[in-house]
Structures are given as structure tokens and as C-alpha cells.
Design a protein around this ligand. Structure first.
Ligand SMILES: [Zn+2]
Length: 194
């Protein structure tokens, strides 16, 4: 399992709702937590590991306590309140840290790994985190929400990542777009709901 970075096509793919939680799915979730713990991240959406399914994981505790692991399957925002600006980073944009405006409070409904439906109200940083991850599942990225003041410097940064990705594809160090689309098929056919 690898983390994908911009401009990998998985980051722009709208994830499909999950229709099955089986043992293989739970192994996938476990591998995502293992990957999260090798980074300084607090959350990881399935698109970021090239899996176009609608779920994300978080662990917001500083010591990454196992009891703080959360899995949000088919999350839906049911209510929001206010707006606040917070500096956000993203594991798919190395080194980027930009101010993003999002609701101060977000109420979401999702399915937990146990299969039960949960309603939860998130506040402050947690609200930003779940909104950030739900954006990922819709193919929306922090660069789409950036303050205009940051746009010129960010465009240079994005161009570098784009050139790097294309040159890796040309030299065979990154998969071709067609191979990437093909790699999604087994996940979509087994776990995806239209
Ligand atoms: Zn992100």
C-alpha cells in the first residue's frame, strides 16, 4: 500500500459508497492505519491509497493510541455551523501548509467498522479534519479552497509536482493512467455501490 501524491488521478476520483464490510476490508483498514502511523498525519482517505471507496480513517491523539482509531464509512454531512480558518496540510501535498476556511462545527452520519450507524458532532480542528477527508472522497483537494493570496506561489509548487509525476510516468517509475484505472476495478466490483 502506497500513499499517492498530487497529481495522481485517484485524488480526483469521486469515491463509491461501500456496500460490504468483510475481513478483507478490515485488513485494508488496518493497513491504512499502519501507513498513517508512518506519517505525521491525523487522517487518511481511501483515495489517498488509490482505493476509490467512500471511507476515511483518523487518529487525532498525539500518541496515536489504538483506542482513538476511528473509521468513517459512507460519511454524510447532516449539519454545519459557523466558519473558521485553520492552517491545513495534506499527506498528498508534501510540505504544503495553507489556511483553509471550513465550518466550526460539522455533524456527520456514517457507518462504523462494526456496521452500526453513528451520528457525531465534530468541533474545531476535528470539524476541519472530517471536512478535509470528506472532500477527498468527493475528489476535492485543499488546493481548490486556497485563499487567493496564496494562489501564485502555490501554482509554482503544483507545476513542479505535475512535471515530476509526468516524468516518472515517462520513465516507468509511476503507473500509466490506464493502469491506474484498471487497478480500481477489483475494489469497485467487490465493495462499491453505485
Ligand atoms: Zn488530505
Amino acid at each position: 500500500m502506497n500513499l499517492v501524491e498530487y497529481p495522481h488521478p485517484a485524488l480526483r476520483k469521486k469515491a463509491l459508497p461501500v456496500r460490504l464490510i468483510d475481513s478483507k476490508f478490515k485488513i485494508l483498514v488496518k493497513e491504512m492505519f499502519d501507513l498513517l502511523y508512518t506519517t505525521s498525519g491525523v487522517g487518511l482517505a481511501a483515495n489517498q491509497v488509490n482505493i476509490p471507496l467512500k471511507f476515511f480513517i483518523t487518529n487525532t491523539s498525539p500518541d496515536k493510541e489504538p483506542g482513538m482509531e476511528r473509521v468513517y464509512i459512507n460519511p454524510v454531512v447532516t449539519d454545519t455551523y459557523g466558519m473558521s480558518q485553520v492552517f491545513e496540510g495534506c499527506l498528498s501535498f508534501p510540505g504544503l501548509n495553507i489556511p483553509i476556511r471550513r465550518p466550526v462545527k460539522t455533524t456527520i452520519q456514517y457507518i462504523a467498522l462494526t456496521g452500526e450507524t453513528v451520528n457525531e458532532e465534530m468541533e474545531g480542528m476535528d470539524s476541519h479534519i472530517v471536512q478535509h477527508e470528506i472532500d477527498h472522497l468527493n475528489g476535492v483537494l485543499i488546493i481548490d479552497k486556497v485563499n487567493e493570496l496564496y494562489r501564485p506561489q502555490m501554482n509554482t509548487y503544483l507545476e513542479e509536482l505535475e512535471i515530476d509525476f509526468v516524468s516518472k510516468q515517462k520513465t516507468g517509475n509511476a503507473p500509466q493512467d490506464a493502469e491506474i484505472l484498471e487497478s480500481w476495478e477489483p475494489w469497485i466490483s467487490k465493495y462499491g455501490a453505485e
